[in-house]
Design a protein around this ligand. Structure first.
Ligand SMILES: *[C@@H]1O[C@H](CO)[C@@H](O)[C@H](O)[C@H]1NC(C)=O
Ligand SMILES: *[C@@H]1O[C@H](CO)[C@@H](O)[C@H](O)[C@H]1NC(C)=O
Ligand SMILES: *[C@@H]1O[C@H](CO)[C@@H](O)[C@H](O)[C@H]1NC(C)=O
Length: 192
């Protein structure tokens, strides 16, 4: 059972880390198609979000962190992140938020929460898949919303980091909604 689970875990990372790059390497596409792909690189496969194991780990970790969070006034992940941001840039924005949470939060709380490292690896993997995802048009509002989030996190100190862990389930859902196509598993699916 244990070794099967480990195998599954290993397989998950292998698919995520190896399969996608191979797909690109293995098919020397004509330049135009490469362009088209590059222009649509703010996309993640739906299956990334449909694996029960990692979804459960992420949600469980968030639930654990929320037990230690008594501040209900502040929130990092929410619709306010999208203020003045065009829908086509939502995925890029969530990519940036993911980066902050992985680098500034999860990496520091690895010892505090048992699943933090695994969830960090998963999110890091998605971030890598979005490595070609660039903003379209002006970046000024994106940067300003990101800065506001960072400032608030700094202001809240350790509590802020813990709060960000408590919002990992939201981050998971927002990333899915912003970066995958098709019908969403969450309440909102504003694609057009
Ligand atoms: C992709 O974007 C590049 C500029 O980044 C542009 O030159 C090219 O025409 C675009 N290709 C498609 C298929 O939209
Ligand atoms: C979800 O994960 C937690 C923590 O690893 C585990 O205790 C729980 O049993 C899992 N839930 C299900 C339904 O497998
Ligand atoms: C949250 O709880 C801590 C102690 O665990 C306390 O010091 C702090 O004042 C509380 N914050 C709020 C907003 O209630």
């Amino acid at each position: 059972m244990n070794s099967l689970q480990n195998w599954k875990k290993g397989f998950l990372w292998m698919v995520c880390l190896c399969f996608l790059p191979l797909l690109f390497l293995a098919s020397p596409l004509p330049l135009k198609e490469k362009d088209a792909l590059a222009n649509h690189s703010c996309r993640l496969r739906k299956t990334n979000f449909q694996r029960f194991y990692i979804r459960n780990q992420t949600y469980t970790l968030a639930r654990m962190a929320r037990l230690a969070d008594n501040d209900t006034d502040n929130r990092f992940v929410g619709q306010h992140l999208y203020i003045r941001i065009k829908e086509k840039n939502h995925c890029y924005l969530m990519k940036r938020v993911t980066e902050i949470v992985v680098e500034n939060v999860l990496s520091e709380l690895k010892n505090q929460y048992p699943m933090a490292e695994e969830v960090a690896n998963f999110l890091g993997c998605l971030h890598k898949e979005l490595s070609n995802c660039k903003p379209l048009g002006h970046k000024v509002h994106i940067e300003s919303n990101i800065e506001k989030m960072k400032d608030k996190m700094k202001q809240l100190g350790e509590n802020g980091k813990n709060k960000a862990v408590g919002e990992l389930d939201l981050l998971f859902d927002y990333l899915e909604n912003a970066c995958t196509e098709g019908i969403s598993t969450s309440k909102r699916s504003n694609q057009n």
